[in-house]
Design a binder for this molecule. Structure first.
Ligand code: AGP
Length: 616
């Protein structure tokens, strides 16, 4: 995610902002920039690369020297590839205003078009540069001060933001606003700090104000912090907290590990991933990468999914969704196998390459092989401008934000979200599902973040289940239909962070061998949600029970049948069958996390593993 930092006070702003950006590096970014006001001039310096690259550039250019007010930014690209021009801060056309922004403005294209008609020009591809010029346009036309202009402008945008805006004509204030992305104000002695979290200012003050969604604040050196509701301009009394967290705790959002933080970020990550793409009211799915290549994709003989690890499991879920809804044949291939087995590939093939990091060597090589044989390659990546994102013909990003923990969690659910949107879009274009079925899927998808939140509430119960089975030496994970890939993913999670051997199987496959493993030492995690072939899974559970296996059922809330058969059940909310993987994976993520913590494993950096396998 992007990081924002600002300072206004009696000290030199530059060193505070620069160090503050370094504190936010953990959030993941691809470029950085700082704007300073020295009492006369508003200047900025920005660059693709690291904060250290920015520091070197500023030192070399001797552009930014002094000033006691400024803003800084680390950018995680969502619109526009990582480069100097797209980096923040962004000037308005007049050069009098400057902005930094964390989030996504969904309707920036229509606003940009209107501003161009009014004579505004743009140097970057970002939604942020559109926002600062909208603010400037409002300020001029309504003849209002910056604060009011920001408030009016934000009532015209759709999306998520944490912004800081500065006007060189009002150098004693910084205007901030928040919706969907975090923003904290550090309250010091005759000085104020602005940041995405408290890490940049914790050493200066432990007093912080956390803006709520749809709030904005004018941070004035002499007059303090005035908070207003963006919607109706009503005043909000500032609530100043005394922070108890230490630096490391803040970096992890108060969680003990990045993996746990990222598990809990999934509702927001899924929402950010469908934001701007899913329009339930109008019954639309907008995905430029698909829209621009629709004929090619609709006329494909088949879709070949290539990926590794968790991304491969997301590809398996895609196979069920694409074939079930869009009736397009799908094959899912391990990239490492595909690239060497001399596969038959033609121009009529569409390849979907899935990768969180966008740097996995086997996946990249498989893409190049497919392209060399004339296939159309579509990428689903989480890192803008990554090698795979640049190598593919088109693509769609998951907006999961940086995934720091080696074990993939929010990458998996946001990949499934993107793949579901694609499958639904193709199914609608092909007419393989009715309008009402399409609309029902959109409505259910929009409810998923809330249902994931609900599934996460089982955490304490899951911890007790983890306590019961943490000493197991081998585990089995079973699922059927859409939940078979989730069983594989659950087994991988347990393996890679707790080092307990685990296998995932289709539930019906038990009779073909694995049932020989069943005894009282073998915990069996069975995904038995009401949708799909529920009764058949229940009979699989009975087969295990009759052989004294330990059964942990992942069930639809309110399920009574499995409850009487299993040793433990963990409930997830009900949803339509094709979306169950987004919910059933949650308890399995938490289960593997708690077992690994109880076994005192290095959860975020498990042994022998790398976050991105950039070598064969
Ligand atoms: C899953 O938890 C692992 N981190 C690993 O299997 C990962 O999914 C795999 O290496 C693929 O990585 P990618 O999505 O970045 O290509």
């Amino acid at each position: 995610m992007c990081g924002i930092v600002g300072y206004i006070g009696k000290k030199e702003a530059y060193p505070i902002i620069l160090e503050g950006l370094k504190r936010l590096e953990y959030r993941g970014y691809d470029s950085a920039g700082i704007a300073l006001y020295d009492g006369e001039n508003l200047k900025l310096s920005k660059t693709k690369g690291k904060v250290s690259d920015l520091e070197n550039k500023i030192t070399k250019d001797k552009q930014l020297t002094n000033g006691n007010v400024g803003i800084g930014h680390t950018r995680w690209a969502t619109h526009g590839v990582p480069n100097d021009v797209n980096s923040h801060p962004h000037y308005s056309n007049s050069g009098e205003l400057v902005i930094i922004h964390n989030g996504i403005i969904e309707n920036y294209a229509s606003i940009k078009k209107e501003l161009i008609n009014r004579g505004y020009t743009f140097s970057s591809d970002t939604d942020t540069e559109v926002l600062i010029n909208l603010i400037e346009d409002v300020k001029k036309n309504e003849n209002v001060k910056l604060g009011k202009a920001v408030q009016i402008a934000l009532n015209q945008v759709i999306g998520a933001y944490a912004i800081a805006v500065f006007d060189k004509n009002k150098p004693d204030e910084i205007v901030v606003a928040k919706l969907g992305s975090p923003l904290a104000i550090g309250v010091g002695e005759d000085e104020f700090f602005i940041a995405s979290d408290a890490t940049p200012f914790l050493e200066y003050t432990k007093k912080a104000i956390y803006l709520e969604d749809e709030e904005m604040a004018i941070v004035r050196l002499k007059k303090g912090v005035k908070i207003r509701k963006i919607k109706d301009d009503s005043l909000v009394a500032p609530y100043i907290q005394e922070l108890q967290l230490n630096l490391e705790q803040i970096v992890k959002g108060g969680y003990d590990h990045f993996m746990l933080k990222e598990i809990h970020e999934q509702p927001e990550a899924i929402k950010d991933t469908y934001r701007g793409r899913l329009n339930v009211k109008e019954g639309l799915i907008r995905m430029a990468g698909i829209d621009d290549n629709l004929e090619r994709i609709l006329n494909a003989n088949r879709i070949i999914v290539i990926a590794c690890g968790t991304s491969w499991h997301a590809g398996l879920v895609a196979e069920y969704i694409f074939e079930d809804l869009a009736r397009i044949p799908v094959e899912v291939e391990y990239a490492s196998e595909f690239r060497y087995r001399n596969p038959v590939i033609t121009e009529k093939d569409v390849v979907i390459a899935i990768s969180q990091s966008g740097e996995t060597a086997d996946t990249l090589a498989a893409i190049k092989l497919a392209k060399s044989k004339g296939a159309f390659v579509f990428g689903v990546c989480n890192v803008v401008g990554s090698s795979i994102a640049r190598e593919t013909h088109a693509g769609a990003y998951t907006h999961a934000g940086p995934e720091i923990g080696v074990a993939s969690t929010k990458a998996f659910t946001t990949q499934i979200t993107v793949l579901t949107l694609i499958a639904l879009k193709l199914a609608k274009e092909k007419g393989t599902i009715s309008k009402s079925v399409f609309q029902h899927h959109l409505q259910e998808l929009e409810l998923i973040p809330g249902k994931v939140e609900k599934a996460l509430l089982q955490d304490e119960h899951i911890k007790t289940v983890a306590e019961t089975y943490k000493d197991a030496k081998n585990c089995l994970y079973l699922g059927r239909g859409y939940n078979f890939p989730v069983a594989l993913e659950g087994a991988l999670k347990l393996k890679e962070i707790s080092y307990i051997h685990a296998e995932g199987y289709p539930a019906a496959e038990m009779k073909h061998g694995p049932i020989a493993l069943i005894d009282e030492q073998m915990p069996v995690f069975v995904i038995a949600t009401k949708k799909g072939h529920y009764e058949k899974v229940v009979s699989n559970i009975q087969e295990i029970k009759s052989r004294k296996g330990k059964i942990i059922g992942i069930v639809t809330e309110g399920d009574e049948d499995v409850k009487h058969l299993a040793d433990h059940v963990i409930e997830v909310p009900d949803t339509i069958e094709s979306l169950t993987p987004l919910l059933t994976t949650i308890p399995l993520q938490l289960l593997s996390y708690h077992i690994a913590v109880m076994l005192d494993k290095n959860v975020d950096q498990p042994r022998n593993l790398a976050k991105s396998v950039t070598v064969e």
